[in-house]
Design a protein around this ligand. Structure first.
Ligand code: MN
Length: 316
């Protein structure tokens, strides 16, 4: 049994995370009733008691981190509660019948879906097979929240992957790149896909990762200054034109740079789209108006402009 000192430390750590979760949910969804989330926290606190992760942290930190990712996605209390409970059937004495009794049909259905997906063996090397597995996973669920919990679960597992032995690390990183990152991409969750890919790349090919990181970092400062300048120019022009929009910018992620270097056999200095910007407008008309403004500021490169407004990509 854990010592009293350990118990107190665990409670303090998880309580801090739980407060953070509640705060974020209140910010993102002020109308929601959060009692289900509180109840799920108390329940998983009780049932994961004494368990710890490979990192040595109390187990409960994991479902809490998963719930935090879900709250960042602005998910509803049912999904966040299910996120807190997602490992309880697999890793504790709790059964799905218990969950149904305590939390109702919806939460139970989602937890059951997550547990089911966790049992698929995704080990594969063939691209065609990977595509089949991705399809199978999406076909198995009738509630998209199951997939989102699985993605949040995988994201936290990847963030803490260094604590696992080499062989497991390799397998999980591979599966992340082949199955989970493409699913995140398909669902239009670019931020999650980007982090999953970079983490997968780092664990599968640490040397390659470090090389790309080093050469991108050498250009990062200059790139960020450039983006800040462009962002200002565009924001000013949009204000002048009376268009409401959000202007975002970023340096391309390491894994996508790495893929580009491999595909085109070039160096980081030759990557022309290392810096990227995005303008999010309220309407289609505004979107074209912004395109017009930008083409007026900077002449488009012939043959390189594609109208994804009229012909959206599969991930919209
Ligand atoms: Mn988990």
């Amino acid at each position: 049994m854990a010592s009293l000192r350990q118990q107190i430390a665990t409670t303090a750590l998880t309580l801090t995370k739980f407060r953070e979760l509640m705060k974020r949910m209140l910010e993102n969804r002020p109308q929601d009733d959060l009692s289900l989330v509180k109840k799920a926290y108390d329940y998983s606190l009780k049932h994961h008691e004494g368990q710890s992760r490979a990192s040595g942290e109390p187990y409960l930190v994991h479902p809490l981190e998963v719930a935090l990712v879900l709250s960042e996605m602005k998910m509803d209390p049912v999904a966040v509660a299910a996120g807190l409970l997602h490992d309880s059937v697999e890793d504790t004495s709790v059964t799905i019948v218990d969950i149904r009794k305590e939390f109702g049909e919806q939460v139970a259905h989602i937890v059951e879906g997550v547990t089911k997906i966790s049992k698929i063996d995704f080990a594969t090397r063939e691209e065609q097979q990977a595509e089949n597995l991705r399809k199978m996973m999406l076909a198995m669920v009738d509630d998209i929240r199951v997939v989102l919990i699985k993605l949040a679960d995988r994201l936290h597992n990847m963030r803490t992957l260094e604590h696992l032995p080499e062989e497991r690390r390799h397998k999980i990183a591979e599966e992340t790149l082949e199955i989970y990152a493409p699913i995140a991409h398909r669902l239009g969750m670019g931020k999650i896909r980007g982090e999953l890919e970079d983490l997968g790349f780092r664990f599968l090919d640490p040397v390659g990762y470090e090389q790309v990181e080093k050469s991108v970092n050498a250009r990062r400062k200059e790139g960020e200054a450039f983006l800040a300048k462009m962002q200002q120019i565009i924001s000013d022009k949009l204000k002048e034109a009376g268009i409401q929009a959000r202007v975002e910018s970023r340096i391309k992620r390491l894994f996508s740079i790495h893929k580009k270097l491999q595909r085109q056999r070039i160096t980081v200095d030759q990557v022309y789209d290392l810096c990227a910007m995005r303008v999010v407008t309220r309407s289609l008309q505004d979107c074209y108006a912004v395109l017009g403004i930008i083409h007026n500021l900077w002449r488009p490169v012939p043959g390189r402009i594609k109208d994804f407004i009229a012909m959206p990509r599969p991930n919209f």
